[in-house]
Design a protein around this ligand. Structure first.
Ligand code: UD1
Ligand code: UDP
Length: 377
C-alpha cells in the first residue's frame, strides 16, 4: 500500500483534488491510501466545505486553519504546519495542485525533507511575475519530481526552462519526469456535468432563463485591488447589463474590495442592475456555465470551463497561461478598461460561432497520473 498525501487550500484545488480522489476510491483503493491536508487558505462554507460535500471528497485528515494574511505570513504558517504532518505521516508522494500559496508552501515543506512532489498543472506560465501565482508555479515546478502538465504548451514551457523531456525513472527533483496527461479539471467537468444536469436546479430556483444571461466572475488580485481597474470592469458590466442579465457569483475578496474601493453610487447601481450572488456550489456553477450565452472572467478555471462547455469567453487579463483558448478564438484577452472590454463583448455578440477542438485530454487525466505514479514504485 502506498501513501499519497494531497494538499489543498483554495477553492479550485479542492475541486481539482476531486478527480484524483475519485479515481483512487473507484480503482486504486487496494493500492493507494490518500491522506488530505487542507491548509485552510479558503474557509468560508461556500469556498470550502460545500465542495467536499458535493464532490464527495473525504473530509480532510488535517485542517491547518491558516486563514487569510499577507503572502509571507500565510505561506510561512502553512510550511510549518505541513512539515509537522509530513514528518508524522511519511507519505510516498505529496500531490499539490496549481499555483496558490498552499501549493508553494507544500512544495517548500516537501522539498527540504526530500519527499517526492507531484505537481498537477505543471508548466503553465503567464510570463508575468506581477502575478503571485507565476512565482508560486515556477518555484513549485523546479522542486517537483513529477510534473503533470495539462497541455502541450505547458510541456514546451518546461523544456524552455531546461527540463529534460526524455528523462528516465527513477524520477526525483534532480531528475524530474515531465508528462502531458490532460487536465483533471476536464475530468471533473465531464463527470459532474451529468450529475449537475440531473441534480442541480439553480436556474429554476433563481428564475434564470437559459441562454439569456452572461456569467461573470472576478477575483484576480490585480483586478480587485486596484480601484481604477475595478471601477472600469464594473462600469463595463453596468453598461452591458442594460441589454442582458449579468450573473456575478462574487468571490469574498472582490466583495470586500468593491465595498472599499468603488464609489458608493457605482456600487449601488451595480447591486441594482446585476444579479450578484454569493459564491455558488460547483454543480450550480456548471449549470450556470452550460447555459450562459457568454462568460466573462479573470479566473483560470472558469476560462477553461467556458471552453469545455463551448462558450465564448472574455478574459479580463493581459495574458493567460491557457493560451490555446485564445489561439482557438474561443477566448479574447481584454485589459481592465471599459472600452477594451466592450470591444471584446461586441466581437462575440457579432461572431458567436466558434470551433472548439479537444485540447485538454480525454477526461482520464487522474487515472493516467495514478498509473504513472504506481509504475515508479
Ligand atoms: C487565491 C489564490 C489564487 C486563486 C484563488 C482561487 C494565492 C496567492 N491566490 O486567491 O491563485 O485563483 O485563491 O479562488 O494563493 N476570503 C474570505 N473567505 C475565504 C477566503 C478568502 O473572506 O474563505 C477573503 C479574505 O479577505 C482574503 C481574501 O479573500 O484576504 C483573499 O484570499 P486569498 O486566499 O489570500 O487569495 P484569493 O484571492 O482567494
Ligand atoms: N467556482 C465555483 N463557484 C463559484 C465560482 C467558481 O464552484 O462561485 C469554481 C469554478 O467552476 C472552477 C473553480 O471554482 O471550477 C475556479 O476557481 P477560482 O475561479 O476561484 O480560481 P482559479 O481557477 O482562478 O484559480
Amino acid at each position: 500500500m502506498k501513501k499519497i498525501l494531497t494538499i489543498v487550500g483554495a477553492r479550485p484545488q479542492i475541486i481539482k483534488a476531486a478527480a484524483l480522489s475519485r479515481a483512487i476510491k473507484n480503482n486504486y483503493s487496494h493500492l493507494i491510501e490518500e491522506i488530505i491536508i487542507h491548509t485552510g487558505q479558503h474557509y468560508d462554507e461556500n469556498m470550502s466545505n460545500v465542495f467536499f460535500e458535493e464532490l464527495k471528497i473525504s473530509r480532510p485528515d488535517y485542517n491547518l486553519q491558516i486563514g487569510s494574511g499577507s503572502h509571507a505570513f500565510q505561506t510561512a504558517k502553512m510550511i510549518m504546519g505541513i512539515e509537522e504532518i509530513l514528518l508524522k505521516e511519511k507519505p510516498d508522494f505529496v500531490v499539490i495542485y496549481g499555483d496558490t500559496n498552499s501549493t508553494l508552501a507544500g512544495a517548500i515543506a516537501c522539498s527540504k525533507i526530500r519527499i517526492p512532489i507531484v505537481h498537477i498543472e505543471a508548466g503553465l506560465r503567464s510570463y508575468n511575475k506581477n502575478m503571485p501565482e507565476e512565482i508560486n508555479r515556477i518555484m513549485t515546478d523546479h522542486v517537483s519530481a513529477f510534473l503533470f502538465s495539462p497541455t502541450l504548451t505547458g510541456i514546451k514551457n518546461l523544456e524552455k526552462e531546461g527540463f529534460n523531456l526524455n528523462a528516465f525513472p527513477p524520477f526525483t527533483s534532480d531528475n524530474p519526469g515531465v508528462f502531458n496527461v490532460g487536465d483533471v479539471m476536464y475530468d471533473n467537468s465531464k463527470y459532474f456535468a451529468e450529475i449537475s444536469a440531473e441534480n442541480s436546479n439553480f436556474l429554476d430556483l433563481n428564475s434564470i432563463v437559459k441562454n439569456e444571461y452572461i456569467l461573470c466572475t472576478i477575483h484576480r488580485s490585480n483586478n480587485t485591488d486596484d480601484a481604477g481597474r475595478l471601477a472600469e470592469i464594473f462600469e463595463f458590466l453596468l453598461e452591458v447589463s442594460a441589454s442582458t442579465t449579468i450573473i456575478l457569483p462574487l468571490h469574498p475578496r472582490t466583495l470586500k474590495q468593491a465595498e472599499k474601493l468603488l464609489k458608493a453610487a457605482l456600487w449601488k447601481a451595480i447591486n441594482r442592475q446585476l444579479m450578484i450572488l454569493p459564491p455558488v456550489s460547483y454543480l450550480a456553477m456548471i449549470e450556470l456555465e452550460k447555459n450562459a450565452s457568454m462568460i466573462i472572467t479573470d479566473s483560470g478555471g472558469v476560462q477553461k470551463e467556458a471552453y469545455f462547455f463551448t462558450k465564448p469567453c472574455i478574459i479580463i487579463r493581459s495574458e493567460t497561461e491557457w493560451v490555446e483558448i485564445v489561439e482557438n478564438g474561443a477566448g479574447i484577452l481584454c485589459n481592465a478598461q471599459k472600452q477594451d472590454l466592450l470591444k471584446g463583448y461586441i466581437h462575440y455578440r457579432e461572431n458567436p460561432e466558434i470551433k472548439f477542438s479537444n485540447i485538454y485530454g480525454d477526461g482520464n487525466a487522474a487515472s493516467k497520473i495514478l498509473d504513472m505514479l504506481l509504475a515508479q514504485i
